[in-house]
Design a protein around this ligand. Structure first.
Ligand SMILES: Cc1cc2nc3c(=O)[nH]c(=O)nc-3n(C[C@H](O)[C@H](O)[C@H](O)COP(=O)(O)OP(=O)(O)OC[C@H]3O[C@@H](n4cnc5c(N)ncnc54)[C@H](O)[C@@H]3O)c2cc1C
Length: 400
């Protein structure tokens, strides 16, 4: 089979290498508009569960990814001068660049053709049996065939900027800072020996009122450094989105859902959406890369398992769209939580942190206890004390 992937992000590269590995007779090509080694973004988070899926799909890359991981268990919530830590969360962080380098090297070793500085304006000239549109969040291909894919794009209410810092955080850290205009929050985690990701987020009206819209990129960074000076502990913030100028580095997260994922172009070639081109999940639950890699695993497996390409593509869309919906539900809860910090900020720090930890509704009270019995015990005792009870009882048994 002749396969062309448009876009050499995690989705395009991983699918390419899995297909070539499954059958070296496949001609697999990845067209990437950037130069090799050029990339934006800092570290991404993957769960232990995702790593298991990667191990099964391709142990070679899984081992390298695993070696490059920074593992941590704690989540720290800094709010109104308090720091509340909960443990047992099991996450891994890896630099986006490192991840792409591992996938690129594996593609090359397997014989995938990687073509850099190849900005694909259109799929019309691509002579292939299968085209993968893995061209990211602002997918041109998705736009071109919008009548088939029927994308629903919901621009969320907060502005955020994806920065890095040399401050090495021991825990996945959420830091909340109140300003005269409203609340700003930082999501920070270490992803390698020298750097941490540092995402700053605020509701659009707060961001505007603070004057960030009119600031240059450098002024915006200086603003954040000052605001989060305590947690940054003398370290600076760094941007590596050199392609974005001024306030353009602050974006509103687009939640993308597509009704269908397969279009047959004028040549009759299936053009299949994958990764961020097909769907997005808010960064606060750290699942975008996971979904992109799992899309690749599932389509490669479906092509192996089903006799014909149309059946495999049907199976791919059916299974992936359900999984994506599941993650997007959790992501929506999490997105909305961060859009409404002003409301949650009326809670005491103990309740605020608990609400944050359970925001996606994927982690229940008892699940949290399995992760960190000490934290839940202390929280239950604190909550009971608010009703005058001196005991550790589950919240539902405290008096009104
Ligand atoms: C602030 C932030 C934090 C995040 N944190 C996490 C996290 O912790 N965990 C996690 O799992 N995910 C995270 N993500 C999401 C993650 O970055 C994406 O979901 C993931 O990169 C999607 O992979 P992809 O291959 O589909 O798309 P991309 O990584 O966007 O790759 C698309 C590629 O296509 C190329 N391209 C685009 N158009 C063309 C064209 N016309 N021709 C040729 N090439 C083209 C681009 O240059 C790019 O290399 C985060 C995202 C953001 C914004």
């Amino acid at each position: 089979m002749r396969i062309t992937c448009i876009g050499g992000g995690p989705a395009g590269l991983y699918f390419a290498l899995l297909m070539k590995k499954a059958d070296p007779a496949h001609q697999v090509r990845v067209l990437e508009r950037n130069r090799a080694g050029d990339t934006f973004g800092w570290g991404v988070v993957l769960s232990d569960q995702t790593l298991d899926a990667l191990r099964e799909a391709d142990p070679e890359t899984a081992e390298e990814i695993s070696d490059a991981f920074n593992h941590w268990d704690d989540i720290a919530v800094h709010f109104k001068g308090r720091s509340i830590v909960s443990s047992g969360h099991g996450f891994c962080g890896i630099g986006r660049k490192k991840l792409l380098n591992i996938l690129q090297a594996r593609c090359e070793a397997l014989g995938v053709e990687l073509v850099y500085e190849a900005d694909v304006p259109d799929d019309a000239d691509i002579d292939a049996d299968l085209i993968i549109a893995a061209d990211g969040l602002n997918s041109r291909i998705r736009q071109k065939y919008a009548a088939t894919y029927q994308p629903d794009i919901d621009l969320r209410a907060c502005r955020f900027v994806w920065l890095g810092t040399t401050k090495l955080f021991d825990a996945f850290t959420f830091d909340f800072q109140q300003t005269q205009w409203g609340w700003f929050q930082a999501h920070a985690y270490r992803f390698d020996a020298t750097h941490s990701t540092f995402i700053v987020e605020a509701p659009e009206d707060v961001w505007r009122a603070a004057g960030l819209e009119a600031m240059s990129k450098e002024e915006g960074i200086a603003f954040c450094e000052q605001l989060f000076a305590k947690v940054l502990d003398g370290h600076t913030l760094i941007s590596n989105a050199s392609h974005l100028r001024g306030s353009a580095s602050w974006i509103r997260f687009p939640r993308v859902v597509c009704k269908t994922w397969v279009h047959h172009n004028d040549r009759g070639t299936p053009v299949v959406l994958m990764g961020d081109a097909a769907h997005t999940a808010h960064f606060s639950i750290g699942s975008g890369t996971k979904l992109a890699l799992e899309d690749a695993i599932d389509l490669a497996r479906d092509i192996q398992a089903h006799g014909t390409l149309p059946t495999a593509l049907d199976a791919y869309q059916a299974t992936r769209s359900i999984e994506v919906l599941r993650i997007q539900n959790a992501a929506r809860n999490s997105t909305e939580w961060f859009e409404n910090v002003e409301r949650h900020a009326r809670l005491a720090p103990e309740q605020f942190a608990y609400s944050l930890l359970t925001r996606s509704q994927r982690i229940s009270h008892e699940n949290l206890r399995l992760r960190d019995a000490r934290y839940v015990g202390e929280f239950e005792r604190w909550l009971a004390a608010q009703s005058g009870v001196d005991a550790q009882v589950p919240p539902m048994f405290t008096p009104f």
